[in-house]
Design a protein around this ligand. Structure first.
Ligand SMILES: Cc1ncc(COP(=O)(O)O)c(C=O)c1O
Length: 413
């Protein structure tokens, strides 16, 4: 066999496997594993009956367009629905500014592809979504991390990093943020901070890529819908590229999401997408369109909010009971994730090993950093497991932490 690595492009050589995918693959090898690792929606929420009816009707008509190639920008009636839904969230946009993407993951790739050349700088939150790190790095972008506090990304931190990057003669392109229930921290950026980030981007002439897959999953007992207002809603000069997705609010298997950007950018994204996949799955888009037209997606939203709020509460009380002072976190106000901080002696990789031995998994904190940080942290996802699994998984995690702090536990079984 020839040595195929010799044939790889420099970019392909540098590709990194996603920590979440690697951990997911490990999970399939551990029997009876309870996983807090992937950001999967609860499968119990998938609207099987409605989707079966929609799919059957679409196929029974034998309309060739349903299974034919479609336009790169997406199925026009779906694009129109997205425009309408965004209007409801305060975002004024038009069909010329929307591209349906194959998941927001593709949106991240495409946005970076049209905005940054290899070596250009992208500012990201510390920590940030590991899938964005992978997408941007694979395209050769230089990622510069900016700390965040409870209100979101630090404005002073941004100023400092932008100045430092420019002093180094590098070209800064955009700031990537997830203001609503960030993956992995669950943080909600304050309204004021959103405006400050917009203002800073104007001052420094940068674009913003706003990723918002969790916006409608706010916990109604502690978050008002106004607090999830996208930054894009206050974007007066076309500075924000906004990404939304049906993955968390309908089902991720469809891989239907969207990107909203000023027409000049949207045109370039269209060309980049054409070369990548010609168009997103047409059948998937038709199903999602019908699910919107029949109000299925809209009816799910309040149920999802309640369900995830309840699951989050189960995880929080299980953590308090089982781990007490050994763990701390900021209570999530929506979304899928609890960002757990352990005692200083706990290292995320060592904890992960003990966790797997106890048949529970999570994503190590350091996977979400572009710096060498996060080793005391873990992303615990409460969205997919059942409440019973959450309680049992936290019990197992408690054993893993105890084994780390006192190795004699290992022998006690
Ligand atoms: C912040 C963030 N962006 C993008 C994605 C990708 O979502 P999609 O399924 O739409 O590709 C995820 C998925 O977990 C996410 O958490």
């Amino acid at each position: 066999m020839i040595d195929h690595t010799r044939y790889l492009s420099g970019a392909a050589r540098a590709y990194e496997e996603s920590a979440i995918r690697r951990i997911g693959a490990m999970g399939t090898r551990v029997p009876d594993l309870i996983s807090f690792a992937p950001g999967y929606p609860a499968p119990s929420t998938f609207p099987w009956d409605e989707l079966r009816a929609i799919a059957t009707e679409l196929l029974e008509r034998r309309d060739g367009n349903v299974l034919q190639y479609g336009g790169t920008r997406g199925y026009r009636p779906l694009v129109e629905q997205v425009v309408h839904a965004l209007t409801g969230r305060g975002v004024r946009t038009t069909v010329d500014e929307i591209i349906i993407t194959t998941g927001s993951q593709q949106g991240l790739d495409l946005a970076c592809r049209v905005l940054a050349d290899p070596g250009d700088v992208v500012f990201v939150e510390l920590p940030t979504y590991s899938g964005a790190i992978a997408a941007f790095r694979n395209l050769g972008a230089t990622l510069v991390g900016v700390p965040q506090d409870e209100d979101g990304i630090s404005i002073q931190g941004l100023h400092d990093e932008i100045d430092a990057v420019r002093a180094d003669g590098l070209r800064a392109r955009f700031i990537y943020v997830t203001p609503n229930f960030q993956n992995p921290t669950g943080l909600l950026m304050s309204a004021r901070r959103r405006l400050e980030v917009l203002e800073l981007a104007r001052q420094h002439n940068l674009l913003i890529v706003e990723d918002d897959p969790y916006g409608s999953l706010y916990f109604e007992d502690r978050t008002r819908v106004e607090e999830t207002r996208p930054m894009k809603a206050d974007d007066t000069d076309g500075r924000v590229v906004y990404l939304g997705s049906f993955s968390k609010t309908l089902a991720p298997g469809f891989r239907v999401a969207w990107l909203t950007a000023a027409p000049t950018l949207a045109n370039r994204v269209e060309l980049a997408k054409q070369a990548t996949d010609l168009c997103s799955g047409v059948f998937d888009q038709r199903i999602v369109h019908q699910a919107m037209a029949r109000g299925v997606v809209q009816a799910m939203a309040p149920q999802l909010r309640t369900l995830y709020q309840e699951k989050c509460a189960v995880m929080e009380s299980a953590l308090r009971e089982t781990l007490g002072d050994d763990v701390s976190w900021t209570s999530p106000r929506g979304g899928f994730f609890l960002w757990a901080r352990f005692a200083p002696q706990v290292d995320d990789l060592r904890l992960f090993d003990r966790a797997i031995a106890n048949r529970v998994s999570f994503v190590i904190g350091s996977a979400f950093y572009v710096t060498d940080d996060g080793h005391r942290l873990a992303r615990l996802s409460f969205s997919a497991p059942t409440p019973e699994q959450i309680v049992e998984g936290v019990r197992r995690l408690g054993r893993a932490v105890a084994e780390l702090s006192s190795p004699s536990h290992l022998h006690a079984g």
